[in-house]
Design a protein around this ligand. Structure first.
Ligand SMILES: [Zn+2]
Ligand SMILES: [Zn+2]
Length: 361
């Protein structure tokens, strides 16, 4: 079967022929891959900055944002049946008995770093025709979400952040209107803004985007103001928004993030989800940040995705988005490419677009 694979030693990416997987246990299911989303992580992998093949393989099949259809199930599989749509989780537990996080099924909090990730770290991904997986890693998706189900995985970044946010917010024993700022208007930022809006936040998006008018229109349709970083400093943004309760960072740009950190409101939480590339150090006024953090009880939180609960809430939220904003939600997917042209989908593109590789329809 066809698969898109990166060969790190040869510094090559190509469409290869890979053996079709078979069920090897009664608790597994076999899936036909329908859609695979492409994100910055994939672009880093195909530019050889990231990504590790499985032990004994000289290549890694890429792709971690999936939407699949079940074609075959083992005799002990009960939550899915042939014909069901599923999204498969990405991270798999480390083998160490002492890692309580992995032993609890929370490998997103792995202590050892020896987890694997499908399509990223030592385990083949989903940009191929068929995959086999244990039932516990499958998340059923309703048929109505066929055209947007591939957005579940990127939405889990916001879902885990929200889960963490609600946990830390319980330190404040009252309920009040909350104001959130999303940094970045790429797919992760837009999906995060939608989730925060559905959860009752007053949301603004602050971003630098080459296709500013388009983002402005897209977010405007959601009732979310778009504040352009090219024309508004972080001070301007903070003035426009008012006291910020939550920042959801989805850019990986540390200079902007630390600049916004200075403008947090009292008792605010700042959630980092972007992973910056390795660049030189940047000057930051650490005294100012530390002073504000102490005097305002602020919290900075890093979050990496994602537990099964985050997939469940992403599927639920996506259903709400699809009802409330059907056209805007579909417009988050900017282009679809057949698997033969997957390499075009992986090309570096400005403006944070979401390309999807269509493996089967
Ligand atoms: Zn991704
Ligand atoms: Zn672990």
């Amino acid at each position: 079967m066809k698969a898109v694979a990166v060969f790190p030693a040869e510094r090559e990416v190509r469409v290869i022929d890979h053996p079709e997987p078979k069920l090897v246990s009664a608790t597994q299911a076999k899936m036909r891959v329908l859609d695979v989303g492409v994100c910055g992580t994939d672009r880093e992998i195909v530019s050889f900055q990231y990504g590790t093949p499985p032990e004994g393989s000289d290549y890694l099949i890429i792709g971690h944002e999936s939407l699949c259809e079940v074609v075959e199930t083992g005799s002990k599989v009960s939550i899915v049946k042939a014909g069901d749509l599923v999204v498969i989780t990405v991270r798999r537990p480390c083998p160490h008995p002492e890692c309580v996080a992995c032993r609890e099924g929370r490998q997103d909090f792995c202590y050892t770093g020896d987890f694997t990730e499908r399509g990223i770290k030592q385990s083949h991904g989903y940009m191929t025709e068929f995959v086999v997986e244990e039932e516990q890693y499958l998340n059923p998706v309703p048929r109505e979400l066929r055209d947007v189900g591939v957005l579940v995985e990127p939405l889990t970044i916001a879902e885990k952040s929200l889960e963490q946010l609600w946990t830390v917010q319980s330190r404040l024993p009252w309920d009040r209107h909350r104001r959130a700022v999303v940094l970045g208007a790429g797919p992760v930022g837009i999906l995060g803004a939608m989730a925060l809006k559905v959860e009752g936040f007053e949301v603004s998006v602050y971003s630098r985007s080459p296709n500013r008018d388009e983002k402005n229109r897209l977010l405007g349709a959601l009732g979310i103001p778009y504040i352009a970083a090219e024309t508004h400093s972080t001070e301007d943004m903070a003035q426009m928004v008012g006291p910020i309760d939550v920042v959801y960072e989805a850019t990986g740009a540390s200079s902007v993030a630390f600049d916004v950190l200075k403008h947090l409101g009292p008792n605010a939480v700042f959630v980092f989800t972007g992973v910056p590339g390795r660049k030189g150090p940047i000057p930051v006024d650490t005294d100012e940040i530390m002073r504000n953090m102490v005097l305002n009880n602020q919290l900075v939180l890093g979050s990496v995705n994602a537990p099964p609960q985050a997939f469940e809430s992403a599927i639920r939220h996506l259903g709400i988005f699809a009802q409330r904003w059907p056209d805007t939600l579909r417009s988050v997917i900017t282009a679809r490419f057949p698997i033969e042209h997957a390499l075009d989908a992986l090309k570096e593109q400005a403006g944070g677009v979401k390309n999807v590789v269509v493996v089967a329809s």
